[in-house]
Design a protein around this ligand. Structure first.
Ligand SMILES: [Mg+2]
Length: 375
């Protein structure tokens, strides 16, 4: 079996129309085996200093540690990396670094087996999942914001997830009355069947009382779940909120490890839907461990795939192979790291996310595009 011959972290930067043109960064990882098979992974480090730190950990720490190891011995390599990194990272930057390498090793394993990854995960649990347009509410005025979401459904999406208090021209996320009114107008415009998920997110600062009030008022408009209305470590707040609303609560995309999900599911016991990002949560291996916990506890999972097509591909295989996924998120506006980075854009058909049938992640990463976006 082939050995790990080369590991290369590559920081890329791109302007994202889905985030009001903001320049976002991420670290791609290219792993090559001794017989020339190449796998790709991603570490969603985002900030420039975090990207530099991830690249340093991979170049100076993990590459010397695992170079020469048998490439398909992923479980052992994953454990070896974690045992090395424990000194400075049960979570955080260290988990980002593990994520990219682990994802690339899974891509290689699938390519060598000539099977799509979902087959290595035990096969499909869903033939397809409803396609969700995952967007930020950032246009000027409520009418424009509602019209934009109506457009997603006209384009075939069956579900939408809307981030509040993001960059842009909208005042959504700043005043609970305005926020609830927006959801009411959206429901009126979309009709009864459209799935609306609300992602309150990092820009909103509510106390628990406000979160409870908004949750119950939005529940009247039948939203599907209420994501991160409080800071993600506010355990007491989430418990109080869960006890005071019928609305399903979502959180978890900021967790780095299986341990974080175990703490949420076994100790906090307030959240129904767990976001999991394979480019953050110690890779595909970490994702599957968190997903197994969700199975044991009867929870829903949702792949956080809001970066490049590499993470989107990993998320799609993982979601379709998980009994716990309900939807699959796409960025509705064209962006280079989704459209140009891979030979064939990953996109829904008639509002459904279908499996990718190529081997491994099933994508052909365009190295010239990677080099063009590289910092
Ligand atoms: Mg979110």
């Amino acid at each position: 079996m082939a050995k790990i011959a080369r590991i290369e972290p590559i920081t890329i930067a791109y302007a994202d129309p889905n985030d009001f043109g903001t320049v976002r960064r991420t670290v791609l990882v290219r792993v090559e085996t001794s017989d020339g098979v190449v796998g790709w992974g991603e570490c969603i480090a985002m900030w420039p200093e975090a990207c530099r730190a991830v690249a340093t950990i991979i170049n100076d720490g993990l590459t010397p540690l695992i170079a020469g190891d048998t490439a398909d011995d992923i479980e052992a390599i994953w454990g070896k990396m974690r045992r090395h990194l424990h000194w400075y990272g049960e979570g955080g930057i260290a988990s980002l670094a593990v994520s990219g390498i682990d994802m690339a090793l899974w891509d290689i394993k699938g390519k060598v087996a000539n099977k799509p990854l979902y087959e290595l995960f035990g096969g499909l649990k869903h033939a397809r999942l409803p396609a969700n347009a995952s967007a930020h509410v950032n246009k000027n005025g409520e009418v424009a914001c509602v019209a934009e979401v109506v457009g997603f459904f006209e384009a075939g999406f069956r579900s939408t997830k809307l981030g509040f208090a993001k960059k842009g021209e909208s005042d959504i996320g700043g005043n609970p009355d305005i926020d609830v009114h927006f959801v009411k107008e959206l429901r009126a415009a979309l009709g009864d069947k459209a799935e609306i998920l609300i992602d309150i997110g990092n820009g909103v600062r509510w106390d628990v009382r406000t979160a409870i009030d908004v949750a119950n008022r939005m529940h009247e408009h039948r939203i599907g779940w209420f994501e991160e209305p409080l800071y993600f470590t506010d355990d007491a707040g989430y418990r109080a909120l869960a006890a005071s609303t019928e609305l399903r609560l979502a959180s978890g995309e900021r967790e780095f490890t299986e341990t974080g999900y175990r703490r949420q599911m076994e100790y906090v016991q307030a959240v129904d839907v767990y976001g999991i990002d394979p480019a953050r949560v110690e890779g595909i291996t970490g994702f599957r461990r968190a997903d197994a916990l969700a199975t044991r506890h009867g929870k829903t999972i949702n792949a956080h795939a809001w970066s490049t097509a590499i993470t989107t591909a990993a998320s799609l295989h993982l979601s379709l192979a998980s009994p716990n996924a309900e939807i699959f998120e796409y960025k509705p506006f064209g962006v280079s790291v989704q459209d140009d980075l891979v030979a064939e854009k990953l996109w829904h058909r008639d509002g459904w996310a279908y499996p990718i049938e190529g081997a491994g992640l099933g994508i052909e990463v365009q190295e010239d595009v990677v080099r063009r976006l590289a910092e």
